[in-house]
Design a protein around this ligand. Structure first.
Ligand code: PLP
Length: 451
């Protein structure tokens, strides 16, 4: 036991909490920022310092940190009825209403929704649904999941197996049957002399070849983010989903859109699938679903999977899966309010209004001699740091240049995310012109300081 109150917040944080996804040398050097509250897109720490959070928390606080409508929606539901679940034949009225709202908003008719507490759990749930279907439809070999290198789908054992990040090997992942295709990043993965169209065609051929090699009837789904987010904001190359979708259709393999980041407006339409013109068989959702005001995820099944799963559940009499807080009524009430704010209350409009300013800001910073590429869609973007712009030579990975840029930004009151050699920006949907300018001014100062 220690007398906590006499220690600094930094020391208290370090003493009794584990850090996930945190660069430990940075923590040892700089300590922890302990945040007490937020004001619009800003957060304030225990020393009273304000930071513009260009990460929106973790891509999720799309309405900022203190939106009164969301706080009121949560308070009102806590007053009415604070807790329930979505099974054993019971479900809260809020859950029913949210499923109706999501079904109306989904790009397909006849949607059915299953609730989780996170995006990782939503991906796990999807895979268990597909495995359940494989068993029920007497095709038990149909279990493999195709994803891409660089894609991020979560941290649970199954969703981490879907994730295409080398760090998962330390856990002995992926589990068998999770196959990763080439990262669809033209700037980095495109070959000498290969056009963007040729690159897309090569990725489509790789998918064809993989299906031929593995056998279509062994593959349960292809899961992709419309824009890869935590892999460094990687929009697909030209025509990617138009090339991939017909291949999957021809082989009867479901196309699942992991919209945990892209969903609810980030790319300038409600769904990333809408932005890129493809029709998913299911959607994975979280983050902006509740504008980050309540932990919640959802699997939104399109008509084919919903009907087949519905039939299988009737036959077997139960889908033995669910989380204690599945479909929590406070989460559902907050989600209903968040969706109204995004779709009807001007937030999606503001994403569209601010996108040109955002892109112009990224493009201007990409002029820097150590920025090799800017990329983005809607209000998600990244700058890729390179040692040599002409040859695209990256900095040695142990130099952690992006960490240094992000740390310098923090010194200037801006939170942004280092991801590999990229700096990622995904500001809240509420950003004003002045806040956009502040974000880019501070990042520009940081780039000049580091390089
Ligand atoms: N899928 C995508 C596309 C994500 O970006 C994330 C998280 O960033 C997840 C899944 C996992 O969500 P969670 O962190 O809520 O488990």
């Amino acid at each position: 036991m220690s007398d906590h109150a006499t220690d600094s917040w930094e020391a208290r944080a370090a003493a009794h909490s584990f850090y996930g996804f945190t660069d430990m040398p940075t923590i040892h050097d700089r300590g922890t920022i302990v945040v007490t509250h937020g004001e619009g897109p800003y957060v304030v720490d225990t020393n009273g310092r304000r930071y513009l959070d260009a990460n929106s928390g973790l891509w999720n606080m799309v309405a900022g940190f203190d939106h009164p409508t969301l706080i009121e929606a949560a308070k009102a539901q806590y007053d009415r009825f604070p807790g329930y679940h979505a099974f054993f034949g019971r479900m809260s009225d809020q859950t029913v209403m949210l499923s109706e709202r999501l079904a109306d908003l989904a790009p397909f008719d006849g949607a059915r929704v299953f609730y989780t507490n996170s995006g990782s759990e939503a991906n796990d749930t999807l895979v268990k649904m597909l495995w359940f279907l494989a068993g029920a439809e007497r095709n038990p070999g149909r279990r493999k999941i195709l994803t891409r290198w660089g894609g991020y789908h979560g941290v649970t054992a199954v969703s981490a197996s879907m994730t295409g990040k080398p760090y998962n090997s330390i856990f002995g992942l992926p589990l068998s049957g999770f196959l990763h295709l080439t990262c669809p990043h033209y700037w980095r993965e495109g070959r000498e002399g290969e056009s963007e169209a040729d690159f897309t065609a090569r990725l489509a051929q790789e998918l064809e070849d993989t299906i031929a090699r593995e056998g279509a009837d062994t593959i349960a789904a292809f899961v992709a983010e419309p824009v890869i987010g935590a892999g460094g904001v990687i929009p697909p190359p030209e025509g990617y989903f138009q090339a991939v979708e017909p291949i999957l259709r021809r082989h009867g393999i479901p196309l699942v859109s992991d919209e945990v980041i892209c969903g609810f407006g980030r790319t300038g339409a409600v769904w990333g699938a809408e932005t890129y013109g493809f029709m998913p068989d299911a959607i994975i959702s979280s983050k902006a679903l509740t504008a980050g005001f309540f932990p919640m995820g959802a699997v939104i099944l399109g008509p084919d999977l919903a009907d087949r799963l519905g039939r299988a559940v009737e036959e077997i009499e139960e889908f033995p899966h669910g989380f204690t807080a599945s479909g929590h009524p406070v989460g559902c009430a907050v989600a209903l309010a968040a969706i109204d704010l995004i779709a009807d209350g001007g937030l999606l409009d503001n994403v569209r209004r601010q996108t040109p300013r955002f892109e112009a800001g990224l493009a201007a910073l990409a002029e820097h001699r150590n920025i090799g590429e800017w990329r983005g869609k809607g209000l998600m973007g990244a700058l890729e740091a390179v040692q040599n712009k002409a040859t695209r030579t990256p900095f040695a990975s142990d130099l952690s240049v992006s960490e240094r840029i992000a740390n310098t930004c923090t010194d200037h009151g801006l939170i942004c995310r280092p991801l590999g050699q990229s700096i990622v920006l995904c500001p809240p949907f509420t950003m004003t012109d002045a806040q956009m300018d502040e974000m880019f001014d501070k990042l520009s100062t940081a780039l000049d300081t580091v390089f």
